[in-house]
Design a binder for this molecule. Structure first.
Ligand code: XIL
Length: 313
């Protein structure tokens, strides 16, 4: 299995699991996860909107996330925590906070409560997700409610997470940063600045939501990942999926998808990455099911991309 080979190399390899499905007890989904993955991440259950519909920490909802963590522990899987501070998952009450001190207090309370709740059951966290915009120059997003806390809101989040669990590896996570480009340059400058300020950041997550037009070589992905490694950071591919696009037969597209998956994993290993996580399990349950982006098809049958990963491992 993938997990046996990955574990032998000290690599976390796994994917996102959906609480809804998990609770509905989809036997194929659960069997595949436990046979193939040595690491899991909650697709949605640990996001702020899932946990904190109200600002009151006494009303935080941990049941789904706790069930996933219990299952992971039973099955010998490491859990990646995803994600503490993400504009796209902020509940309505966060948007009502307009004052800096109040926002700092809210972030501190949320991060501290959640990170302490999981304690040493979760020792890798995506602390801040997708803070960089896609616009010209790639400044930080201007639609981020947490920015009310001040220009150092990212540093604040890492410091609070570190105080709540000093043993955890803390990551910044984003998309469209896989190759050498304006956005990855902005992310490089961001994390370099955090390190210079003594902020406890230990890793960078490269989401890797890609399609079959992506060229690992032409994008400069290895050089890009390596420059983050050279800062002393963990490098993790955190949400890999490769949609099948373009012309050609189904067979050709599957072959091209397998090639991209294989190159992503070998590039990850070439820079001594610590995790290769896919965003789901099968093409049945993927958030982008239309693009058939995963390594198991809708019937949980292994696709050529599965074989490509095995070959690299
Ligand atoms: C997505 C989930 O897959 C969807 O089910 C949900 O509706 C929205 O979020 N980047 C991330 C992930 O960091 O959390 C997102 O997950 C996909 C993009």
């Amino acid at each position: 299995s993938l997990r046996t080979l990955a574990s032998a190399r000290g690599l976390l390899l796994g994917g996102a699991i959906s609480g809804e499905l998990f609770n509905a007890d989809n036997p194929d989904e659960a069997a595949t996860i436990n046979r193939e993955y040595n690491a899991v991440v909650a697709e949605n259950a640990m996001k702020m909107r899932a946990i904190a519909n109200s600002p009151d920490p006494d009303n935080y909802l941990f049941a789904t996330a706790d069930a996933m963590v219990a299952s992971a522990q039973k099955n010998g899987q490491t859990v990646r925590g995803h994600t503490l501070i993400w504009h796209d998952s902020a509940p309505a009450w966060v948007y009502e906070i307009q004052e800096k001190t109040a926002m700092r207090a809210a972030m501190t309370q949320y991060i501290t409560t959640v990170v302490k709740h999981f304690g040493n059951r979760i020792n890798i966290w995506d602390v801040v997700n997708e803070a960089i915009s896609d616009g010209p120059g790639n400044p930080l997003r201007n639609n981020n409610p947490f920015a009310v806390a001040g220009p150092d809101f990212i540093a604040l989040a890492f410091r609070m997470a570190h105080a709540a669990n000093p043993a955890a590896r803390l990551c910044y996570n984003d998309y469209s940063v896989e190759g050498l480009n304006g956005k990855s340059n902005a992310m490089y400058a961001l994390v370099k600045g955090l390190l210079a300020d003594g902020v406890p950041i230990h890793g960078v997550g490269f989401q890797s939501h890609l399609d079959t037009n992506f060229s690992v070589r032409d994008s400069g992905m290895q050089a890009n990942l390596q420059r983050f490694r050279d800062l002393g950071l963990d490098v993790q591919l955190t949400e890999v999926d490769v949609q099948m696009v373009g012309s050609g037969s189904e067979k050709e597209k599957l072959a091209r998808q397998a090639q991209v998956y294989g190159e992503l994993l070998s590039t990850c290993l070439a820079v001594k990455c610590s995790a290769f996580m896919m965003w789901g399990v099968s093409d049945l349950t993927s958030w982008r099911a239309g693009g058939k982006p995963l390594i198991f098809d809708g019937d949980y049958v292994k696709k050529p991309a599965y074989g490509a990963l095995i070959k690299v491992l």
